[in-house]
Write a protein that binds this ligand. Structure first.
Ligand SMILES: CC(C)(COP(=O)(O)OP(=O)(O)OC[C@H]1O[C@@H](n2cnc3c(N)ncnc32)[C@H](O)[C@@H]1OP(=O)(O)O)[C@@H](O)C(=O)NCCC(=O)NCCS
Length: 199
């Protein structure tokens, strides 16, 4: 995101090209054309932060990122955040889902992904995931990494469907909930060093 709002160059096309579909590659991952879902995916702008915070609150309650935290996160180095919007709203409101990553120069870390409860189960989460994977590949990331709560079967299923594998367990990762997290990985480049796989 640029400081002054949307970066037009980064606005995503509604329809993935055949090449982009190939670039997502790997196991069948539910690649969905955003237009088929009636949504448009574009980079988040500052004006979206209020809506992201509202959805965060619905999804994560007391553990939700606040507007301040979100603003700091979006300003962070190597961050890339996107939002999904109904296609007929001009691409600005209302936000129905969002996701973001941090590219550290080698790997891309999924920082968050969320879909408004009223819009879950329509393929929006998977579509956001696919766009994050496309972006990580374009940046040259060797692999994608994420943490997910062990008691979050929907997210684990979504990541697994996108080709991620469990490679570790981080005890008591989520506080104050005191919940363990799986670390999951999607290798993007052949030859990337294996980190190990959970039994
Ligand atoms: C996880 C989340 C982003 C999924 O978004 P979504 O738009 O509902 O997911 P999709 O409709 O794109 O589904 C994609 C895949 O995820 C899995 N999935 C989604 N919801 C599921 C559920 N309730 N139970 C089991 N699997 C589920 C399925 O594998 C699904 O593919 P399929 O429908 O072809 O079987 C959404 O449930 C959410 O916002 N949850 C709360 C926030 C959260 O936990 N974020 C992840 C933090 S690590």
């Amino acid at each position: 995101m640029t400081d002054n709002g949307i970066d037009a160059d980064l606005e995503l096309t509604v329809e993935l090209s055949a090449k982009e579909r190939r670039d997502v590659a790997g196991p069948p991952n539910g690649a969905v054309d955003p237009a088929v879902l009636g949504i448009k995916v574009r980079e988040l702008v500052w004006a979206d932060v209020t809506q992201v915070a509202a959805i965060e609150s619905k999804l994560f309650g007391a553990s939700a990122w606040t507007m301040g935290m979100l603003t700091e996160e979006l300003r962070g180095t190597g961050r890339w955040y996107i939002g999904a919007h109904p296609i007929d709203d001009g691409g600005h409101t209302p936000l129905v889902g969002y996701g973001g990553l941090w590219f550290d120069g080698q790997d891309a870390h999924i920082m968050t992904i969320g879909v408004h409860p009223k819009h879950q189960g329509r393929g929006i989460g998977q579509t956001l995931m696919n766009q994050l994977v496309i972006h990580a590949r374009a940046r040259g990331a060797c692999k994608m990494l994420l943490e997910v709560a062990v008691n979050n079967p929907a997210a684990i299923a979504m990541y697994t469907r996108a080709g991620f594998e469990k490679i570790g367990l981080r005890k008591r990762y989520y506080q104050p909930e005191d919940v363990d997290a799986y670390t999951m990985q999607l290798v993007l480049k052949d030859g990337a060093p294996p980190v190990g796989t959970l039994p």
